[in-house]
Design a protein around this ligand. Structure first.
Ligand code: 3PY
Ligand code: MG
Length: 253
């Protein structure tokens, strides 16, 4: 499994973000030179069928797959790992209890209480035997908790101290709603930037990795300088629109 290895090399990775429940589009994203593909079941249109079938296409292109579950759907977190996803992103993790419940679903004992049954994962990651998968899964598969409220930001150090949490993922849009007390959505709010840098710094100091969603691709270099190791680059409609705009501009001169 590649994602953990690549994150440990401390390079900056970019994941595509699949929201359309179309296998063709998920496969097309995996064929682009992204480092990984994230399948979104929170705000994306994916159901279990399209998400799990997408994982096969992502794997066929040699890419790691991540899955974002809907809020609190920790049953889907274990299932995603069983289906070969290398990481699960849990939205709205606001307390140690939220983080612990998520980690419990993601990790085998003694760290958590994930139940055994990774048949599809073993088929995709065929270098593993059941025994080697069991021994390495707690380290190689990643539980990523989203920081997207002031409450989560205030609890960051405690969330990072939950052993089964491998990293955090900032949702700057939701965080901006919480930051502004519900006044509006602005993922690039100037008064939030120090907090974003602080999250990356404290996460790194805790020996874990920080990821973030880049609504604007041009924010990515700034996030990388802050210390984020994984950036999600907008969504599949965003990629299609940007590609169309560029090609039309070239065509029309
Ligand atoms: C947010 O910015 O709130 C996100 O969840 C990004 O997907
Ligand atoms: Mg969000």
């Amino acid at each position: 499994m590649k994602l953990r290895e690549n994150l440990d090399r401390d390079v900056s990775l970019i994941t595509a973000w699949s929201t359309s429940p179309s296998l063709e589009i998920a496969g097309a994203l995996a064929a682009c030179p992204f480092d990984a593909v994230t399948v979104d079941m929170q705000h994306g249109g994916h159901d279990e069928g399209s998400a799990f079938a997408s994982m096969r296409l992502i794997h066929a292109r040699g890419k790691p797959g991540l899955l974002r579950i809907p809020v609190g759907r920790n049953d889907l977190a274990s299932r995603a790992l069983d289906m070969g996803f290398e990481a699960v992103i849990a939205p709205m993790v606001n307390s140690v209890a939220d983080a612990q419940e998520f980690a419990d679903a993601m990790k085998y004992p003694p760290l958590g209480n994930r139940s055994w049954g990774p048949m599809r994962a073993l088929e995709l990651h065929s270098q593993d035997t059941p025994e080697s998968y069991f021994k390495s899964a707690n380290r190689k598969t990643l539980a990523i908790a989203m920081i997207e409220t002031r409450e989560a930001f205030a609890a960051l150090d405690d969330l990072l101290s939950v052993e089964g949490i491998d990293g955090v993922f900032v949702g700057p849009s939701d965080l901006s709603i919480s930051w502004s007390g519900g006044e509006g959505v602005d993922p690039k709010r100037p008064d939030m930037q120090d907090a974003l840098a602080d999250i990356a710094k404290r996460t790194r100091e805790a020996g874990k990795f920080a990821a973030i969603f880049a609504v604007d691709p041009a924010s990515t270099p700034l996030y990388v300088r802050m210390g984020y190791r994984l950036t999600a680059l907008n969504t599949d409609p965003g990629v299609i629109n940007a590609g169309a705009a560029l090609m039309l501009e070239m065509a029309r001169g």
